[in-house]
Each structure stands twice: as C-alpha cells, then as structure tokens.
Design a protein around this ligand. Sequence first.
Ligand code: NIG
Ligand code: FE
Length: 384
Amino acid sequence: MIVKGDRVDAVGRRREIEPLITDDCKIIDAGRRVVMPGFVDAHTHPVFAGIRANEFEQRASGATYREIAARGGGIRSTVRATRNASLSDLVKAGKRYAEWFLRNGTTTVEAKSGYGLTIEDELKILRAIKQLNEETPLKYVPTFLGAHDIPSEYKSRRQTYVSLVINEMLPRVAEEKLAEYCDVFCEEGVFTTDESWQILSAARCQGLGLRVHADQLSLSGGAKLAAELNAATADHLEHTDAAGIAALKAAQVQPVLLPGSVYALDSSNYPAARAMIDAGLAVVLATDFNPGSSPTPSMPMVLSLACTQMKMMPAEAITAVTINAAYSLGRGDEIGSLEKGKRADFVVHDASDYRELAYFFGVEHPHSVYAGGRIAFSRSAPGR
Ligand code: NIG
Ligand code: FE
C-alpha cells in the first residue's frame, strides 16, 4: 500500500507497488503481520463523568440493570455526575477513553451525547466531542441523544421534556452544527414509540440523520419505528422478532448489534445476527462503550462475542466493524476499507491470520495504528 498525506494512494501486490516507491517514501515493514482498516465503532457513549463500579458490584450480587435504574441509579447517576463536570473535565476523561479506542485498533467512533439532559449540559457534551475530534487522532461522528432518559425533574411531566428536546434542544444542536445524527432510547419506561416518533421526525426536519436504541430490553417496537422513519440504523435489537427484521430489510435500515452490553448485563439474549444476515441486512457490530451497560472500548472483544455467541464468521464480524459500519455513518466512500482515495486509517495487527483477532480474546492485537496516515499508537516494547 502507498500512502500520500492522509490518503491511500495505491493498494496492490508487491510487484505492482514496488515500482511506485520513490526516494522520499518512508517504508513501514509490517513484518508479515495482518494489516487492516481501522475499526469503525458506530455506537458509543464516550463522554461522561464518573464511573459506575458500585452498580457493577451490585449487579454481581444479583441486582438487575433495570432495578438499579428504577431506584435512581443507572443513566441518571451518570447524568448527575456529568452535569457537575466542566467541559474540560469531560475532555480530560474523554482523552483517556480515546487512547483506549486507538490502542484497540479503532480509528473512528460515533459518539452520542445523552448524559446531560438539559440544553446546556447536552451542548457541553457535544462541544466536548467536537474538541476531542480536534485534539485526538480519533475521529468522532457526533450524535445528539437528548432523549436518552426522562430526567428525574421531569418524571411527572414527560411531554414537557419531549417538547424541550424538540423545540429547544434540537434547533440549537442543528444551528451550532454540533451533531450529524439524532438518537432516541425507545424502550418501555423510557421513551414510547410515539414520543420517539415525535423526536425523530423533528430531528429529520432539522437535517439530522436518524439512529434508534431499539428493542434492547423488550420488544417495544423500536425496529419497526426505525423502519417507518427510514432511519440509518436500528441499534441493539436483542428482542426484535422476525417481523421487525423483515421491516428493517424492506426499509434498508442497518442493524447495529452490541453484544458487549448483552455480555456485561449477564443476559443471554444476543440479537439474531444470523437471521439478519440471511435476510440480506448489512449488519454492523459496535461496542456501545458506556459506563453502565457496556464498559468496553474493545472491538476485538466484540469480534469474539460475535463469533462465539452469535455464530458470525470471523470475516462477517470484521466486515461488520469496518465497511458496513462506515456505510452506516454515511462514510462508505471515506473509511472502512483500504482503497485508493480513502483516508489512510489502518492497523498493523500482531497476528498472521485475520481470524486471530476474534479467536484470541482479551488481547490487545494492534502492533501499530495509523490515523490519516500518521502514527496514532505504537507498542514500544523491545522485540516487537
Ligand atoms: O446503549 N440503552 C441505553 N443506553 C446505553 C446505556 C447507558 C448507561 O447505562 O449509561 C446502552 O446500553
Ligand atoms: Fe447505547
């Protein structure tokens, strides 16, 4: 492969590439290792304050995610911490997580707001995402998730909060160009399909693309709603039935599957990846990195779960975290594969067979990571 500036200039066999090498080329010898496009993580919540190790411990002693949320923990506890944090606190925490993504081979993340739930706090998170995009080698695609939960102060005035999202938050986010997509947590006890429809329709009018947290904890109709609205993606889908899968296919909505959250919540309801692939859907896999249901930035972990728990082939799983994910973010021509003209986001993995990425789990595979043609992470241990 030849890289010029931040772009791939040529890809081919040694005999095709060697004649193109000029004196000013710097040669990177991958040493017979696997070279692959940087992972594109199309569903993350990477900007928040505080952690929830206490809830993790409560779940280890039998409490469920929903019980913890019902007593004011869960998303609401991260909202309290995030409201109390400054923009620079959030950027500082975000940089730590950006490093984790990069060292695991991820070069682009979709990044949701959603732990502010007031206009100023949602804007603060989106501004932190913008700053992280500028100040780290990781690329961020911002998504507004003001409808991540009903904040406790609006518990008895749900419609007032929905109106606030539609009439105040969305226009500000669009005006300041702080997001490309809008997402809603459509779920029993969170936002109903009707409320989700109102918010997502308004977002579309503001020029935003649509993504939906759908059918995660119950079959709440999120997949069908995503299809009705021709959303870019329907995410989670642990409880989606055959009718939901057919609706996604008919509307060309891409499923984004998040096995890390199924694993971390100790559920056995992995989404029906095989049925979705058989239906002809371009399945995406992502980490869902967040402090509650999926505290992992590791795509290799997701690849392992996809193959062991969802019976995806390693090649299907790798496709789902590269080119399919890129298309789901409207960047199919820019990232997700190593082709002439695309951004030179690539990873040299310390592996000799691509299947090792899913097979050896709990391992950080990258030997070196390049973002836009520049080194973004390298293992410096001697002998590597
Ligand atoms: O995708 N489902 C809603 N949102 C996140 C969880 C966020 C949290 O627990 O903080 C998810 O799983
Ligand atoms: Fe999520």
